[in-house]
Structure formats: C-alpha cells, structure tokens
Design a binder for this molecule. Structure first.
Ligand code: NAD
Length: 289
C-alpha cells in the first residue's frame, strides 16, 4: 500500500469535509473534495484557504508546509466515480440517515477492493448505514471532531462485517494524521457526543430557567471545568442545524428522549441563525471579522 494514501472526501465542501481535507493535506496526503456540484466542492477549497490564513499564526502548522504546496494536493469534483482512485474515502454529508445510505451505496459501487469507506457520522449507528453496501467489509466509522485540525480525537467504529484489513488501514490513516484514537462499540452518538449532549442539556436548563446567560455558562465550563469552549459556543461551532440533527438521531435510535430539542434551536434554524457558519448563533461572529 502506497504510504501517501490518496483521500477522497464526499461532502468535501461542508464544514467537516473541508476541515478534514485541511488536516489530510497538512499531512501531505493528496485529497479530492467531492460534492453535489463543482461549485459546492469549491466552497471547501475556499474554506481551506481561510483555515490556512488563520493558521499562519500557529507556527508549527504553518512551517510544516507552504500554502502553495498544500493547495497542489487538493482537487475538487462532482463525480462520485472518481473515488475509484482512492485508498481512503470519507463520507461527510449531512446527518440524514436515508441520504447517507443512498450516497454510501453509490460510493461503494466504485470503491477499490483494498480501500476503506468511512462515515463521519456523529450519531447514526454505523451498522445501519452499511445496509445495501456492495462491500460492507470495507466500511466503518471514522468520527472526526470540529475543527479537525485542533481536535485530536477520532472515534473508529467497526461493525461485525468490518474486516481486519479495513480496521488496520483506518488506524494507520488516523496515526498518519496524528490522531488520538478510541474504538467504542457501535452505539447512537458513540462517546464524545453523548457526553456533549448531557452537558448541553444541563447548560440549556440553566439558560432557560434564567439562572445564567450563555456567556456566563460558557465561562463556567471554560474556567471551572477546563473546557476549550463552552457548550453554547461549541453548539455554534457544530452548527445549530447539525446539532439538532444529532440530538434527533440519538433520540430516534435509542428509543428514548435523552434530550428534547429546545424550541429555541428550532426557531434559530427557521431564521437561518445556524452558528459560526452563518455569522450568528447564540453569539454574534460578524463583528469579530
Ligand atoms: P455541512 O452541511 O457543513 O456539509 C455537508 C456537505 O455535504 C455540503 O457541502 C453539501 O453540499 C454536501 N452534500 C449534501 N448532499 C450531498 C450529496 N448527495 N453528495 C455529495 N455531497 C453532498 O455538514 P457538516 O457539519 O460538515 O456535517 C457533515 C457530517 O459530519 C454529518 O454527518 C455530521 O453529523 C458530521 N459531523 C459534524 C461535526 C460538526 O461539528 N459540524 C462534527 C463531527 C461530525
């Protein structure tokens, strides 16, 4: 197997697709961002350019490679069939089960025999997504966190069909990216997002009952619990729409309402106030630009 694993990211124009793409090119891996249209995929390139600009201050990352050599590793496409030239294919499209199943089935038709197909789902049981795949032995979950270049955790999740070769290749890929790996059992939300859902639930209770503002609750989490961001800023970073999809998905699969999606989140989605990606969520990001 070629040491320079070739990566394809389906949903490469999105928040996570572009974030994972930034991480893979930083580590020297040729990466193709595939999306519904060429324009959608190009959004990923622009996002990565922004990340590079932001990282200039972070010496270690910036010294690793210059912008031009990073950009040379990137391609975009709207053609799923080009995954046939990849070693690692990551699916990072929206957290909608039926959509993911359809796109994964389509990808699996073109997947090379020795390549892996990994879903970046935050919450959907990996086994559910493997139904109907041509090659379920090549399929598993590799769950990155946002922003991937800063959040070192990955959750690798196998199903009973996943081959040893696929798991080994997933571990090797994640080690190449200098990730901290955990390998929990296949369960709705896995580990880190269940922890976050529990924290956000209580944060929201405190906010709704008027005990503290989102800013103060985030300050408590940062300076009292040592978190990098507080729960409200994390939700803005995840994206309110994606956050709601994740809560809905955990509830639906576990058969119990671990956490009712608050009306406020639904209203934010109706208003297009989706967090950092739209410039406003619980906090305003436009004025910081
Ligand atoms: P996003 O909405 O920012 O990006 C989704 C991308 O998928 C978009 O570019 C969209 O054009 C593309 N897409 C939609 N349908 C497609 C199709 N049929 N073919 C190809 N591309 C298609 O979403 P996101 O926040 O990046 O989330 C993507 C996945 O990553 C979800 O499963 C989510 O749960 C997971 N995830 C998100 C975060 C986060 O913080 N946002 C963190 C970890 C994991």
């Amino acid at each position: 197997m070629n040491e320079k694993l070739k990566v394809a990211i389906v949903g490469g124009g999105g928040v996570m697709g572009s974030g994972i793409g930034f991480l893979t090119v930083l580590n020297g891996l040729p990466t193709t961002l595939i999306d519904r249209t060429k324009d959608d995929a190009e959004v990923g390139i622009r996002r990565i350019e922004e990340y590079i600009e932001m990282s200039k201050g972070i010496q270690k990352l910036w010294l690793k490679m210059k912008k031009r050599s990073l950009m040379k590793l990137l391609r975009t496409s709207d053609d799923i069939s080009i995954v046939n030239n990849s070693d690692v294919v990551i699916e990072a499209i929206p957290e909608k089960k039926e959509l993911k199943k359809e796109v994964l089935r389509n990808i699996s038709e073109y997947l090379p025999k020795d390549a892996i197909l990994a879903t970046n789902t935050s919450s959907i049981m990996v086994k559910t997504l493997s139904e109907g795949l041509r090659n379920p032995e090549n399929f598993l979950g590799i769950h990155f966190f946002n922003p991937p270049v800063l959040m070192k955790l990955v959750e690798i999740i196998k199903t009973e069909d996943t081959s040893d070769h696929a798991i080994e290749l997933a571990r090797k890929f994640c080690k190449m990216l200098d990730r901290k790996i955990i390998e929990p059992k296949d369960t709705p939300g896995f580990v880190a997002n269940r922890l976050f859902a529990a924290l956000f639930k209580e944060a929201f209770n405190l906010y709704e009952s008027g005990i503290a503002t989102p800013k103060d609750i985030d300050t408590a989490a940062k300076f009292g619990l040592g978190h990098r961001l507080g729960p409200f800023k994390t939700m803005d970073l995840i994206g309110i729409d994606t956050g709601k999809d994740v809560i809905d998905s955990i509830n639906e699969q576990s058969g119990e309402k671990m956490f009712e999606v608050p009306e406020v989140l639904k209203a934010m989605i109706r208003n297009g106030t989706l967090g950092m990606k739209t410039g406003k969520g619980f906090f305003d990001y436009k004025k910081q630009k």
